[in-house]
Design a protein around this ligand. Structure first.
Ligand code: TMP
Length: 213
């Protein structure tokens, strides 16, 4: 007998929104596989290094950056996400296609629809069952990120404002699959909002005994 397919939940949001903590918490509650883009495969780890280091010699141009994100995604979906979903495991990913549309599209100024196209090609058509944006104003996130910034974090407040607009625009355009939670609240409150979204939208986590703080 084959097991039912797992659900694919994605957390999106700006740098410094506290997503990684929330991905770990949600994955524990769902007994899901926690994963992330870029960098969750051996090839992806190399791409992540090239994407985030600020090395003059290997610094990618805008289109190369978009294609490297897509290459990481292709490998991640093929090697990690799809096998887990097919085996009946839920997957919680820290970033997916929405990040490329927000960062390379809205942020860098590439055509968001073109970025969406290469992302969908990379993901072999896989779509998230639910996308949760952990939304925090840019002033707060830049403060949280602090002085040690990678190449993309260091792109400046205007860039990060456009990225945030990109996430909110995607959420507006697809209210069935996207939910925005206010990430400026306490970590526990944000977790609760995420758990509520997963329960309401996907019908998972209905057992109250599993919804611990
Ligand atoms: P992380 O710090 O959340 O792991 O993500 C690394 C950086 O990569 C972050 O600044 C967001 C950026 N990014 C993109 O620009 N496009 C993408 O498609 C993804 C997945 C991440």
């Amino acid at each position: 007998m084959t097991s039912p397919r797992g659900s694919f939940v994605v957390l999106e949001g700006p740098d410094g929104a506290g997503k990684s903590t929330q991905v770990a918490r949600l994955a524990t509650r769902l007994d899901a596989l926690p994963t992330r883009e870029p960098g969750d495969t051996p090839l992806g780890a190399e791409l992540r290094r090239l994407l985030l280091d600020d090395d003059q010699l290997t610094r990618p141009g805008l289109r190369a950056e978009a294609l490297m994100m897509a290459a990481d995604r292709a490998q991640h979906i093929e090697e990690v996400v799809e096998p887990a979903l097919a085996a009946g495991r839920h997957v919680v990913s820290d970033r997916f296609i929405g990040s490329s549309v927000a960062y390379q599209g809205y942020g860098r100024g590439l055509d968001p629809m073109a970025v969406l196209g290469i992302s969908q090609f990379a993901a072999a058509g896989l779509e998230a069952d639910l996308v949760i944006v952990v939304d925090v104003p840019v002033e707060v996130t830049l403060d949280r990120v602090g002085g040690q910034q990678d190449r993309i974090e260091a792109a400046g407040p205007e860039f990060h404002r456009r990225v945030r607009t990109g996430f909110l625009a995607q959420a507006d355009a697809d209210a069935q699959r996207w939910v925005v939670v206010d990430g400026s609240r306490s970590v526990d409150e944000v977790t609760q909002a995420i758990v509520t979204a997963v329960r309401d939208r996907l019908g998972l986590l209905n057992d109250a005994s599993r919804a611990r703080g």
